[in-house]
Design a protein around this ligand. Structure first.
Ligand SMILES: CSC[C@H]1O[C@H](OP(=O)(O)O)[C@H](O)[C@@H]1O
Ligand SMILES: Nc1ncnc2[nH]cnc12
Length: 291
């Protein structure tokens, strides 16, 4: 049996999770660099939980400056089987209003200045991103929302932009023509790396603004994001606490194979593999490289 360990990556406005038990902030080293912060090791009703503030406590690190590989590798080393990303997003649809929670199920990656893979020359791998969100994990979040009377819209496409500047109106309108629902700056390459590390991934996208396309709303600014996040922090903390309490203690196999994504992904022949890169992949790909 594989013990389930829930990882929470807290975005803008979520730098701590109060009400947990057996808490300890621990530095977790990785071969990729420094994670955004120490990881909070904790439990809730016996469920192991690991919390990492994506931008660091105090929000020190910009979306492009986050070492996403270090963050995901550190979560893997901390035993995490399932990651829930909590993220502030702008709405690209009239019906998604500030304060709404959306369980997105697709991403469009428009980022261009980030390391996006653990693999590369010396060990080439290609994982599927057809279903970037693990449906079992999203269903658990939806059930926790229902139990807490917190409405969560199921499904939606999150456009990931590089930032740190917000979009121009022409960009915002373009993404709307693509059918995107929400926009943010962080969930890629995070979701890609979680998949390479065989960790289930899902996002609670918290709508904070209408970006800049809406004729009846002014263009987004940071004070609006902070205000709406502040109004919703208690709700998302309650949602995460319920999720942890009700989470199955034994890891459930992922219906889209997130937890065995490397089974058929590695291209490089055993004799052609770079031992240095193999060593760096001990946590992320140890399951398949050691057999
Ligand atoms: C402060 S608004 C922009 C910032 O907030 C979101 O971050 P996160 O996903 O970590 O909540 C957005 O992606 C930007 O990074
Ligand atoms: N409108 C927006 N664009 C990008 N990231 C965001 N995070 C919150 N609102 C956002």
């Amino acid at each position: 049996m594989t013990q389930a360990v829930l990882g929470i990556i807290g975005g803008s406005g979520l730098y701590d999770l109060p009400g947990l038990e057996k808490t300890e902030w621990r530095q977790v080293g990785t071969p990729w660099g420094e994670p955004s912060d120490a990881i909070l090791f904790a439990e809730l009703d016996g469920m192991p939980l690991r919390f990492l503030p994506r931008h660091g406590r105090g929000h020190r690190i910009s979306p492009s400056g986050i070492d996403y590989r270090a963050n995901i590798d550190a979560m893997k080393r901390a035993g995490v089987t399932d990651i829930v990303s909590v993220s502030a997003v702008g709405s690209l649809k009239e019906e998604l209003a500030p304060g709404d929670f959306v369980l997105v199920d697709q991403f469009i990656d428009r980022t261009f200045a980030r390391e996006k893979s653990f693999f590369g020359t010396g060990l080439v791998a290609h994982v599927s991103m057809a279903d970037p969100v693990s449906p079992g994990l999203a269903a658990r979040i939806a059930a926790a929302g229902a139990a807490e009377d917190i409405s969560c819209r199921r499904g939606g496409t999150y456009l990931v932009m590089e930032g740190p500047q917000f979009s121009s109106r022409a960009e915002s309108e373009l993404y709307r023509t693509w059918g995107c629902d929400v926009i943010g700056m962080t969930n890629m390459p995070e979701a890609k790396l979680a998949r390479e590390a065989e960790i289930c991934y899902a996002t609670i996208a918290m709508v904070t603004d209408y970006d800049c396309w809406h004729p009846d709303h002014g263009a987004v600014d940071v004070s609006q994001v902070i205000r709406v996040m502040g109004e919703n922090t208690a709700r998302v903390q309650r949602l995460v606490a319920r999720l942890a309490r009700d989470f199955p203690r034994e890891h459930e196999p992922c219906p889209v194979g997130s937890d065995r994504a490397l089974d058929h992904a590695i291209m490089t022949a055993p004799g052609a593999r770079d031992p240095g890169l193999m060593a760096k992949l001990d946590a992320v790909a140890g399951r398949v490289l050691s057999r």
